[in-house]
Structure formats: structure tokens, C-alpha cells
Design a protein around this ligand. Sequence first.
Ligand code: DX5
Ligand code: ZN
Length: 223
Amino acid sequence: MRDVKISASLDCANYLALLEDVRKLERGGVDMLHIDVMDGVFVPNFAIGTNLLRKLRPMTHLPFDVHLMVVNPEPHFSLFAQLGADYITFHAEGNARLHHLALAVRRLGKKVGIALNPATDPEFLSYLLPYVDLVLCMTVDPGFVGQKFVPEVVAKVRRVREIACELGVDVDVAVDGGISEETVPLLKEAGANVFVAGTSSIFSGKEDLEVAARRFGEFCRRT
Ligand code: DX5
Ligand code: ZN
């Protein structure tokens, strides 16, 4: 199984002091920045604009893990590739041509992520996984920070890891939403290795962001 990685959810950062927060995340040893893109249609919310990403890209070496919560993501792939995305993750829901989308992301030289809402059955991955680098199992319905973790997704994470083993492919299995010291042990045991850190962990506001990021990273690695 792949190494444990922490992807810090940028939408949970302090936008009024964003660069300061990014420096703290770097010093705290996070592995990438999770960038939630919302179009107000796929999810009833809006998030992270392209100008912000354009300004941020030259300021940090942290990889951009872009999570597109948008309908019809394909026309936007090249834009996010130009903005410096390293992973481009799109949702399975509402997209019929998943091989086509995966290949479109690969053609741009980016890592392919496929996201599944909590109620989405993962069995189709048996046919798709060789074209995918990361499976993002949503542990809340996407759209808002600070939601309640959906425990049924633990079994799905296990099934996704099982499918990967059956096919002999090594993918990152990421989890997003309500990821905390309470939920990480269950998810890691089930086979998750990428943890999206939001308000339930490093951005709780209870401790300094750098300290929290370092502590949470160590927790996820040793659990
Ligand atoms: C949910 C977002 C998550 C969220 C995670 O739509 O995709 O990235 O920010 O943060 P918490 O820990 O607040 O659930
Ligand atoms: Zn996300």
C-alpha cells in the first residue's frame, strides 16, 4: 500500500492570511493542498476561484490536489492543468464517460482522481481503476466544511482497496470530510492512505496550524 499523505483542505484556511497559513502547512509537513472547486450546481455552494490559484501556484511547492465538484468537468481540465494542478479529481456521479474523462486528464500529464459520494456504489471501479491514480471516497456529501462523517463509507474504502488488489493496481485511496483522530484509525485500517485534513483536524482552531499539521501527520502515519 502507498505511503500516508496529508492533503490540507485550503477552503478551511484563513483567506485573510492565506500565505501565512500555507507556510505553516509547509512547515507542518503536509504533503499537498486539497483544493475544493464548487460550481453552485453540482453542490449548493461556491469555492476557490481560479485567480487565487494563479497567484498561489508560484508561492509554494506543495502539489495541488484539485477536487472538482462541478457538473461537466471536462471543459475545465485544461484550465486547472494550466493553473498547476497535480491531481485532477472529478466525480463519478452524473458523468457517463469515465474512461474518456480519465484519459483526458492523463493526456494533460496530470494524475487522475475519481471521487465518489457516500452513497455511490464502488463496483464500477473494477472496470476503471487501471486508468485512475486516486480514488476519493467522500465521507460526507460534498459541498460544505464541518459536516458529520458518514460511517458507512468505511466499508466502501475496504472494497475499493480490495478491487485494487484484485486488479493488481496500486492506487491512492483518499478520504474527505470529517477526517479526524477518531475516524482516521478506522479508515486507515480499511485501506485509506490519503487523508484530507479540514476543520475536524488541523483547522479546528484549537492549536497553532503548524503544530496541528505536524501532530496530525504523525498521528496518521503511526496509527
Ligand atoms: C467537503 C470538502 C472537504 C472539507 C473537509 O465538500 O470537500 O474538503 O473541506 O473538511 P471537514 O473536516 O470540515 O469536513
Ligand atoms: Zn474535497
